[in-house]
Ligand binder design. Structure first.
Ligand code: ACO
Length: 320
């Protein structure tokens, strides 16, 4: 359970690049079909960054939108964290580039690399730092630019991913406003080879590889008990949670999770069909869309969940 200063979500934002690739576009370059992709994943289309758009560009636009929504100036930020699997460069961190673009002169910076659990991991560390009094305002951004790391001949992976960025300003809360209640991160590092972005013989650039069926099995076995235990330790029943902000990887994974927890599917917002899996961006984009469409009501409990490369798992509980 989180103690110290209460921490709230002060504002959110997102940026989705313009270029769209539908399942029908994939039918033209791969031995695949719209029907296969929709039934197995729930994805209908995804967006990709333009040639001259990098992870930092997407992150900057989402960050700017979150600052506007929160009504605070970039100069009031104490820290910027960018969660990504596809940084502009390994060094310097993408968060530093974004800090420069935003003119957030008083903010420290770092990147978090934890697969699709990246932005939840970043939020957890931001919450810890705000609760303990180190920081007051932290901008957390999840941003991905997958186009460069996908193998466009591998139908089992390239159809799954998409680009985008989502952001949230987390701030020290005043009484009566929202606050985070609990957070938990887990990993099974022995399974790290299930999803990788790494160099390969015969290829100049690192490439994404995923053992999809094994990932699917791992998540279906470990996710439901992880969320069940997290709820138990946080003192809530899954049925008491008003809204679920979920990492968007596969509709079948979410359907099966909700079935096992006895949660009605209308308690979440799914956008997988429009964006595909945007990894570290996915949770933040979903949060922003949920805030914008009024899905999250004041006083309601909200559960955040993510899983991904590593193999990492994470959950957070928030009272809006
Ligand atoms: N179109 C048509 N057929 C395909 C395609 C495609 N795009 N991709 C694979 N197939 C074929 C396979 O070749 C296989 O054919 P075979 O039986 O003749 O060998 C068949 O479909 C079944 O393949 P599976 O991989 O077993 O399919 P599955 O039902 O498991 O679905 C999927 C694949 C969608 C990838 C699923 O396993 C999945 O969603 N896994 C989880 C992915 C995930 O959640 N990742 C999250 C983390 S990502 C991160 O952290 C960066």
């Amino acid at each position: 359970m989180i103690s110290g200063y209460p921490v709230r979500i002060a504002g959110t934002g997102r940026y989705i690049p313009e270029k769209v690739m539908t399942n029908f576009d994939f039918e033209k370059i791969l031995d695949t079909s719209d029907e296969w992709i929709v039934t197995r994943t729930g994805i209908r289309k995804r967006h990709f960054a333009a040639e001259d758009e990098k992870c930092s560009d997407l992150a900057y636009k989402a960050g700017l939108a979150a600052l506007e929504d929160a009504g605070i100036a970039a100069s009031e930020l104490d820290l910027i964290i960018v969660a990504t699997d596809t940084p502009d460069t390994v060094c310097p961190c993408t968060a530093s580039k974004v800090q420069g673009m935003l003119g957030a002169a008083n903010a420290g910076t770092y990147d978090v690399l934890a697969g699709c659990t990246g932005s939840l991991t970043a939020m957890t560390t931001a919450i810890g730092g705000i609760a303990s009094g180190i920081w007051k305002n932290v901008l957390v951004i999840g941003s991905e630019d997958f186009a460069g790391v996908l193998d466009w001949t591998d139908r089992s992976s390239c159809i799954l991913f998409g680009d985008g960025a989502g952001a949230a300003v987390l701030s020290r809360s005043e009484e009566g406003k929202g606050h985070f209640i609990a957070a938990e991160l887990k990993a099974d590092g022995a399974k790290h080879a299930l999803i990788t972005i790494d160099k390969e013989e015969g290829r100049e650039d690192p490439v994404l590889r995923m053992h999809g069926a094994e990932v699917f099995k791992f998540v279906n076995v470990h996710l439901p008990p992880f969320i069940k235990n997290f709820c138990e330790e946080s003192g809530v029943e899954p049925s008491e949670i008003g809204f679920w902000v979920l990492h968007q990887a596969n509709t079948r994974i979410i359907d099966s999770l909700f079935k096992r927890l006895g949660v009605p599917t209308e308690r979440t917002l799914m956008n997988l069909e429009n964006y595909g899996n945007t990894s570290a961006a996915s949770l933040m984009v979903t949060l922003d869309e949920a805030m914008e469409s009024g899905c999250i009501k004041s006083g309601e409990k909200v559960l955040f969940m993510a899983f991904g490369a590593g193999m990492t798992l994470g959950a957070m509980l928030y009272e809006a």
